[in-house]
Design a protein around this ligand. Structure first.
Ligand SMILES: *Cc1c(COP(=O)(O)O)cnc(C)c1O
Length: 369
């Protein structure tokens, strides 16, 4: 007997989530003083000043459990998004909501889930862990959404369809009206989960988000996160807006305190700091335009993006360029783990980070990496 014989078969083949490289790692490996991380689509301006003040004050309270169900946060979110509070579930990142949705709606060995290929790796991992078949439909060659193909992959056992809009890693997005029509075309049992981690960055956001249309459909779950625009990736806070009967079931099985006291306080402060949100959004929209222009000038093919990152095909081999950028202290995301070894993804940083990235790109491309 192998020790791992004691581990469930579905778990033995697992590889952990591949995160962006850490700044400390690269600083040490190449003996650098300054490292710029543009690999995980975090907020380019850091954390909101209001969030930092609230966190400092709340420190005294960390010996207390948070209130079960985070009612103050849920009420604030319901007001912010104009949805009933019975429809809001907060989680330890939207990752936790994805995990709960799979475990609550899928019958292992019977249900299936449908998504595009490539897709966000958490959909793949959590279905696999639960023994649920994931049916993947290829994106079109230019990373567009083949919605008829996605619909054709569904049957009466399809518990959920995952749609990331805007998409990661491409930045491609479709208007919410098209998503709504797609939701209405699904089999009666099937839920559409629209992962809108990047919806705030689309222009105009209201045309791309399902939240303003939430009342018009009874089979849609919308995921939002505090990890990107709201600048709280390290505190882990995400939300699902869903039909009240589904929210009720998620809350029955969710571990009671998965949204901790600091995440709850920070989330509420982040919603209030409209000046910071506005400045972050402006930085991303301005940076995205500038980066796309400059990268095109450097000979890259840049895919149109409605998110806070750009996907690109460089004029030199992408993995060599990735290493060349690391040596110069710039961390981007190589898309090999998405099955796209010829592409890179770069987050939009602040003005200084963008300039450093572009200078390193120019240098590496001109010197053949
Ligand atoms: C970043 C991201 C999320 C956010 O995950 P959290 O767990 O909230 O940090 C969700 N979905 C996609 C597609 C993402 O890229």
């Amino acid at each position: 007997m192998q020790p791992s014989d004691r581990v469930r078969e579905a778990v033995r083949g697992f590889t952990p989530y591949a995160p962006g490289l850490s700044m400390e790692e690269i600083r040490e490996r190449y003996g650098l003083t300054r490292v710029v991380k543009l690999a995980s689509n975090e907020n380019p301006l850091g954390a909101s000043p209001l969030v930092k003040r609230v966190l400092a004050r709340k420190g005294d309270m960390v010996f207390r459990y948070p209130r079960a169900g985070n009612p103050a946060l849920v009420a604030a979110l319901a007001a912010y998004h104009h949805v009933p509070k019975e429809c809001v579930v907060a989680g330890n990142g939207s990752d936790e909501i994805i995990d709960l949705l799979v475990r609550v709606t899928c019958e292992p060995g019977k249900s299936n889930v449908v998504a595009f290929s490539p897709c966000f790796s958490i959909y793949v991992q959590q279905t696999k862990l639960c023994g649920v078949t994931l049916r993947q439909v290829p994106l079109t060659p230019d990373f567009g959404f083949d919605l008829p193909g996605l619909r054709a992959a569904c049957d009466d056992d399809t518990a959920m369809v995952f749609l990331t809009n805007p998409d990661n890693p491409s930045g491609h997005a479709i208007p919410a009206e098209e998503v709504l029509a797609f939701a209405r075309s699904l089999p009666p049992r099937t839920l559409l989960v629209v992962d809108e981690a990047y919806a705030e960055f689309a222009e105009p956001a209201a045309d791309y988000s399902m939240l303003p249309r939430f009342a018009q459909c009874d089979n849609v779950v919308v995921l939002h996160t505090f990890s990107k625009l709201f600048g709280l990736a390290g505190l882990r806070l995400g939300i699902g807006i869903m039909p009240d009967w589904l929210a009720d079931h998620l809350l029955r099985v969710r571990l009671p305190f998965s949204v901790n006291l600091l995440a709850e306080a920070a989330g509420m402060a982040a919603l209030e700091d409209t000046a910071f949100l506005q400045a972050s959004l402006e930085t991303v929209v301005r940076g995205r335009k500038l980066m796309a222009e400059e990268l095109t000038r450097l000979g890259c093919h840049v895919y149109p993006s409605q998110a806070n990152f750009l996907m690109l095909k460089p004029p030199v081999p992408a993995l060599e360029l990735f290493e060349a950028l690391l040596k110069r202290g710039i961390i981007v995301r190589a898309l090999k783990s998405y099955g796209l070894p010829e592409l890179l993804r770069v987050s939009i940083g602040n003005d200084e980070e963008n300039a450093m990235f572009l200078a390193a790109m120019k240098d590496a491309i001109e010197h053949g990496c």
